[in-house]
Design a protein around this ligand. Structure first.
Ligand SMILES: [Zn+2]
Length: 395
């Protein structure tokens, strides 16, 4: 359900004060002193108008948001965190629908209008997490745009039966096929990647693969991913999440890998990870690689961080990148908005006429000040409808 709206008194990307006229969910005009009798008027209170924030990588089926504090005790490896998560889910009687609803409402409140979420698919959980998240997607269809990745968190080949579940997940409504560390998780990178690319190719959907593998191991996986993207003509439909290896290889190899990413229009998602090397953000951005930013999940058994605020995430990515200059921080905000929109393949994203009216209005003088203050969200608009205002979710 889209709506019409006259959003008055905002500063698009901190520019001159303007009004925005939205008709049936689409931006019609941006300019000073607009009038539109009979249309709902909202005062933007001189806030900065941003296109909606994009969380290009989260895990709605893992969050513990809204529950009492979880004491974190998992070990340092991915395997130990997976095992800990299974234990926690059982102990809590975890509801994927209820928990994904909690995170989605918080994300809306913080000005996020688009989310790509990975959802665990395995032979123990089956499709239960997917069912829960799809129910949430349906419930909030008019308030936030959710893209769902069928994610073989515990491996694909090492758990026989997972491949069939992944294909079923796509037929149930998942939007993309996921994958994970093809060498270290499945110990067979060629077969892992051939399998997920085949599922995606058959269904005509894109791919988003978690690649934590370091150095040359990760670089080898990237080459295999690029090879398959070319072979199947999937340019522009493949995302590699994390890709820590891009921050670990030498300059000549980085140049080679960057060339593969650009030629195949493979996007990179980074969340500004903790204590590990990660992709060189400014370098890749300037080379023309599509870059998105995500929370990689909030408040789950994997870690205590996050509040679904993509301004905070932008700050963390900038901090980890060693950015101090305003122009570098503006670049990071661009990644957390337009970059993520490109990752998600959104055609009508932005604040210009003919774009879909998905915005957030934030308090502050400049965008960088808004990031540093994690500024209050004056209004969040989805398809011309005000879905949150002043820290309160209205849906
Ligand atoms: Zn992830």
């Amino acid at each position: 359900m889209t709506e019409s709206l006259l959003l008055q008194n905002v500063r698009p990307l901190e520019g001159d004060r303007a009004d925005v006229l939205v008709i049936d969910g689409v931006v019609k005009r941006v300019g000073a002193g607009l009038e539109a009798p009979g249309i709902r008027v909202v005062d933007g209170r001189n806030g900065i108008l941003l296109p909606g924030l994009v969380d290009a990588h989260t895990h709605l089926d893992k969050t513990l948001w809204g529950r009492s504090w979880h004491r974190h005790s998992a070990g340092p490896t991915i395997q130990s965190r997976i095992a800990d998560e299974r234990r926690v889910r059982k102990a809590l009687g975890y509801s994927p629908e209820e928990q994904s609803t909690n995170q989605v409402r918080q994300a809306i409140t913080m000005g996020t209008t688009h989310i790509r979420t990975h959802v665990d698919i395995d032979t123990e959980i089956g499709l239960a997490n997917l069912e829960g998240v799809l129910a949430t997607r349906d419930r909030f269809r008019e308030a936030i745009h959710l893209q769902v990745v069928a994610f073989p968190q515990s491996g694909l080949l090492v758990r026989p039966g997972t491949e069939a579940l992944m294909a079923e997940a796509i037929s149930m409504g998942a939007d993309l096929v996921g994958g994970i560390d093809p060498s270290s998780m499945d110990r067979d990178p060629v077969r892992h990647l051939d399998t997920i690319f085949a599922i995606a190719d058959r269904a005509g959907v894109g791919i988003d693969i978690h690649l934590h593998e370091p150095g040359m191991l990760g670089a080898f996986a990237l080459e295999l991913i690029a090879e398959r993207t070319t072979a199947l003509g999937m340019q522009g439909r493949v995302t590699v999440s994390h890709a820590f290896c891009l921050g670990m290889v030498d300059e000549a190899y980085l140049e080679h890998l960057t060339g593969l990413l650009i030629d195949n229009r493979i996007a990179i998602m980074t969340h500004g990870p903790g204590d590990i090397a990660f992709p060189p953000v400014r370098r890749l951005y300037e080379d023309g690689v599509t870059l998105g930013c995500g929370s990689d999940g909030i408040r789950d058994s994997w870690g205590p961080y996050g509040n679904a605020d993509m301004l905070e995430r932008a700050m963390l990515l900038a901090f980890r990148s060693g950015f101090r200059r305003d122009e570098d921080l503006e670049l990071v905000l661009d990644i957390a908005t337009g970059g993520g929109a490109q990752v998600m393949g959104l055609a009508d994203y932005g604040i210009a006429p003919s774009c879909r009216a998905d915005f957030t209005v934030v308090a502050g003088e400049t965008r960088v000040e808004a990031i540093m203050n994690r500024a209050s969200r004056i209004a969040v608009v989805q398809g011309g409808r005000v879905v949150a205002a002043d820290g309160e979710c209205l849906v």
